[in-house]
Design a protein around this ligand. Structure first.
Ligand code: FMN
Length: 191
């Protein structure tokens, strides 16, 4: 598969199978993805990895803390919560990606953008090896318990969690907006 075919073929995987994900593979893919992002300083990113059933279970508790601790959450039937928790706990590995804030907004944004680029490369390199993932930034998981639980530092910014797993069937891709519709020709200012 060449690069453009790989980019077109990759899909977000929301349903993975139970095959374990090797930690060594995750490290190798992260290393390669970071190499593909020349603008990424070594100090600009960090990963927190959860790859055991026990750590996944605790992570999921943190992710869903905002729901379970809220008044509204208390009304959610226990069974439904259990289903939600099980869905995440059964995922073999979770890669939480953090970027460095830097001393000013521009540095923080540059680091964040470079880390996003690295994560996309990581997704593509994973796909090449049959490893699927979904990039999760849901607002509900971004709560105080979660940030405290994963040990995020004050000078770090949450970029996303990649939930990783092998899969049996890739979903169909969604329609993309043609680039021409995102195209403005600027012929100079009239002011
Ligand atoms: C920055 C970023 C954040 C995302 N956050 C979420 C998310 O919170 N929940 C989710 O279901 N998918 C999330 N996704 C996955 C997108 O929904 C997914 O990429 C999109 O549906 C296109 O599907 P594809 O990756 O198969 O092409 C995120 C993707 C990116 C790039």
């Amino acid at each position: 598969m060449n690069l453009s075919e790989l980019i077109m073929a990759r899909r977000s995987i929301r349903k993975c199978n139970a095959l374990p994900v090797e930690q060594e593979l995750v490290i190798e893919l992260l290393r390669d993805a970071a190499r593909l992002q020349p603008a990424l300083d070594a100090g600009a990113w960090r990963v927190v990895y959860a790859g055991t059933p026990e750590s996944s279970k605790q992570l999921v508790d943190y992710m869903l803390a905002q729901i379970t601790q809220s008044k509204l959450g208390k009304l959610i039937p226990g069974k439904l919560l259990d289903v939600m928790k099980r869905r995440f706990t059964e995922i073999p590995a979770h890669v939480i990606v953090l970027s460095a804030q830097g001393t000013d907004r521009l540095t923080s944004d540059r680091n964040f953008a470079a880390v996003c680029g690295m994560m996309q490369s990581f997704q593509l390199l994973g796909w090449e090896r049959g490893l699927g993932m979904i990039w999760d930034t849901e607002s509900i998981i971004q709560n105080e318990s979660f940030f405290k639980g994963i040990g995020i530092r004050e000078d770090e910014r949450f970029v996303g969690i990649l939930h990783l797993g092998y899969f049996d069937k890739a979903p169909r891709g969604r329609k993309r907006t043609p680039a021409e519709r995102k195209w403005t020709i600027w012929e100079g200012s009239t002011i």
